[in-house]
Design a protein. Sequence first.
Length: 273
Amino acid sequence: MDVRPAAEDARGILDPDRGLTRFRLDRADPAPGLARFVDRHWTASWELRKPYTQRVLAHPVVNLVFTAGTATVHGPTTRVGRRCLDGRGWALGVMFRPAGFRPFTDRPLSDLVDLSLPAGEVLPGAAELEREVRRLDPADPAAAVPLTALVEAFLAAAAPAGGHPAEDTRDIAERVAADPSVTTVAELARREGLGVRRLQRRFSDHVGLAPKTVIRRYRFYEAAERARLGERPDWGRLAVDLGFSDQSHLTREFTAVIGVSPGRYAEATRAAR
């Protein structure tokens, strides 16, 4: 899958250029047998004299995260989250593909939205993973190396051998991510040959979030990355390109989700570089 480093693809990490001076973020491809379901493994490590809070607008996916003696399933989110880092520590994460977690649980993913739950409550048989992570040194990033192999073995054993309906929904969501021209649910449903209601039901069950939310999330990423990596954007043109009625529409929605206007976000990211 060839996962890109965070400096090249910081989607989901707000103000990443400042954050990446406070913590290290490494990414790795999953084992080939898990690539149907898992986008990447990631390991964050930090050694800080002062606490640092990183804001995150997470991908519309599930993350299985191990840190500080815990194993936690983080469901899809509707809002910006905050990760508080202090002292010395690490976290190992499994970032699933959109809808990629659904084959591992008997619960619709709409049940997990904006929730963080012990892995054992969501993943059948995860008790051994929880026991193992409690044995590890929460301050030593090297502890994540053997844990990665254990997690992959667990997921490989739990993965369905045959196809799962969520895989079709995964492909739809990833086409949304790859194609900025997809800007409305009606347009997406038409392209996929599905009724709007059926598309909404599939996203609710398999992704957890509504199609409109997923489309908007990826369009926000596009706006944030263009602001971070390029020159000063033409916000009016960018708004239309991303499916907003005008610059004011983009500004209102971006500010409501991210907390600052696109222009201020761009200025802050440039200042941190």
